[in-house]
Design a protein around this ligand. Structure first.
Ligand code: SER
Length: 320
């Protein structure tokens, strides 16, 4: 049986669908802090707070869990506002999951982030092994989590695998509290209102990936032969990089009247501390990582799905 934590989050919703498609609804237990408003039919669902070790152990035992996709976490912008919460959920959460996985013999996937890098890291084509001195609490929790993963893999032979995700663009579930959220918000506001107020400058460039590739990366990494996995902190990973202005231009080529105003807020400093492009050659070498979506493929597919979603929104709601 497979356990997903944080299953109502941006990655969790799509990853749960992919795992249910592959293994069947009876083999995937989706959990989150709260029961979501809409649980998809035939889903096995439970409530789980990953900061409580006993709850994790109970669930693993009760459902005979063998693989854990540990996605529960606080993202970067929320983490800057609530550093203690970020530390508690992100560090104690991954520590508990790793410890429980070791005791019960589970495999683990856990997402790290480009946020492990900081102002002293080379910004272009950022290598796998380089300076990881993040300026954010979120980044500090991810560096700590990576080191915990490596510790458990080395000292306890735990099969834990991880990637440093770039910003992820998706339409099924919204991201929440991230610095790269503008790349998702821009699509929804373009379709809803033809107008978007962007919280980073138009020059702000970050590495990104479309959700189908993010899901594919998780499945590919977990499918890979254990002997080929040479990195037990977390693999660099990317699909493409673009600036806010370039994304706006790509959307404007499809929605010509689309207007973007740039009003940077506190998230600008976080974005400026992260790499602009990532070298993911180790992932390509070790487990044949290759993204499927180019920037233009992603923009076409996003606009199609976002238009469908917005068309189905109740008429009296007018989300900002
Ligand atoms: N997308 C995340 C964030 O912006 C980075 O991991 O917080």
């Amino acid at each position: 049986m497979i356990l997903i934590t944080g299953a109502s989050g941006q990655i969790g919703v799509d990853l749960a669908d992919a795992l249910v498609d592959r293994y069947g609804p009876g083999k995937v237990l989706v959990t989150d802090l709260r029961v979501p408003e809409k649980v998809r039919p035939n889903r096995l669902y439970d409530v789980l707070d990953v900061t409580y070790m006993e709850s994790i152990e109970k669930i693993i035992q009760a459902h005979d869990i063998k693989t854990i996709f540990h996605l529960a976490g606080i993202l970067s912008a929320t983490g800057e506002r609530h550093p203690e919460l970020a530390w508690n959920v992100n560090v104690n959460g991954v520590r508990n999951i790793l410890e429980a996985a070791r005791r019960f013999g589970c495999r683990v996937f856990w997402p790290s982030s480009i946020a492990v890098f900081g102002p002293t890291t080379p910004k272009l084509n950022t290598p796998q092994e380089t300076v990881t001195e993040p300026g954010t609490m979120y980044g500090a929790t991810k560096v700590t989590g990576e080191l915990l993963c490596k510790f458990h893999a080395t000292h306890h032979d735990l099969d834990v695998r991880s990637v440093r995700f770039p910003g992820i663009i998706s339409h099924s579930a919204p991201p929440g509290g991230g610095t790269t959220d503008w790349a998702v918000d821009m699509f929804f506001q373009a379709v809803r209102h033809g107008h978007y107020e962007c919280f980073v400058t138009q020059e702000t460039r970050l590495p990104m990936m479309y959700m189908p590739d993010a899901v594919k990366s998780v499945l590919d990494l977990m499918d890979a032969d254990e002997n080929g996995i040479t990195i037990r902190t977390s693999y660099n990973l990317t699909a493409f990089s673009f600036s806010a202005g370039e994304l706006a231009a790509a959307i404007r080529r499809r929605i010509p009247d689309f207007i973007v105003e740039y009003k940077p807020d506190f998230r600008q400093d976080i974005a400026d501390s992260w790499p602009q492009s990532i070298n993911d050659s180790r992932a390509r070498r070790d487990w044949n990582w290759t993204p499927q979506y180019s920037l233009d493929d992603m923009v076409d597919d996003m606009l199609k799905h976002v238009a469908e979603r917005v068309a189905n929104e109740p008429p009296d709601t007018n989300p900002a």
